[in-house]
Design a protein around this ligand. Structure first.
Ligand SMILES: [Zn+2]
Length: 160
């Protein structure tokens, strides 16, 4: 299976570090992310306009980006990709835009395009799965995903 490629060491590291990005429940409200401007209030993150007085911190998504530590990974490959690269990339970016609007912690970190393969890392598990679902819905193909320990990470693959 796809998963064996990612190795055991990777998984162990995730288990040790997984709580780092989930501790926002302890943040005072409201808290504003000084990096991206998202706002933590009423137990959730949004793009609402911040009140005049807000605690300032770094949100979990920006922290993951700073650490280079993604929650999601999407691998896209196949013949079809070669001929439809622009359409596929547009679809991915649109999908991310929709997710990010609703959930500020769900973003693309990086898109690596090597020609026969596109690898995408994300700050959240949700957006990675949504990208795979959107590709599958638009173009069929082989779509699969696998959650890591306690659903805190996800590997998505789509091939056509
Ligand atoms: Zn942020």
């Amino acid at each position: 299976m796809e998963n064996s490629r990612f190795g055991r060491r990777d998984r162990l590291m995730q288990e040790e570090r997984h709580d780092t990005y989930k501790d926002w429940g302890k943040l005072p409200e409201p808290t504003l992310c000084g990096t991206c401007g998202s706002l933590f209030q009423n137990g959730r993150w949004s793009w609402d306009k911040p009140p005049v007085k807000a605690n300032v911190a770094v949100c979990p998504a920006c922290q993951r980006i700073a650490d280079g530590y993604p929650a999601g990974q999407v691998e896209i490959s196949g013949e079809f990709l070669r001929d439809h690269r622009d359409d596929i990339l547009n679809l991915i970016k649109n999908r991310e835009g929709m997710e990010k609007e609703e959930r500020p912690l769900e973003r693309i970190m990086k898109i690596s395009d090597t020609g026969d393969r596109i690898s995408i890392t994300t700050t959240g598990v949700h957006v990675a799965r949504r990208i795979g679902e959107a590709l599958s819905r638009a173009y069929q193909g082989d779509f699969s995903y696998q959650y890591g320990e306690a659903d805190k990470s996800i590997r998505v693959s789509w091939c056509r």
